[in-house]
Design a protein. Sequence first.
Length: 141
Amino acid sequence: MRRAIACALALVFAGASGASASADRPVRILIDGRPVLRMTARSHAGTVYVELGGMVRAFSGLVIFEKTTATVSIGDRVAVFTLGSSRANLDGDVIATGGKAYESGGDFYVPLDFVATQVAHASVRIAAHGSLAIITSQGAR
């Protein structure tokens, strides 16, 4: 009986996690008016997330991935993100990011707004339909 209940619960939880992954919606990215094709972004749990490596490359930064962390350097800012955490260490201060960092398909995802505004010194606007993120870098303002 216990085994049957455990199997049923495992199926319920597996279905729930699969449903949330399929509910993610892709988000196109424009940086300074130009489409960025090598950066994956998605709306996940009500927050727009970006694949960290692509975001850092777009801003000529450096990222070092370790087991559960990613250390990012863009310009004069350094941030450390930890999988499963909704906080990042930004230049020595622990700051809320607006959502938990997560991994999908081997890629590290973090909230777009935080990494763009706090680390890359850019502004972000999400179009009303939610499928387009417009990033304006500091030099383009």
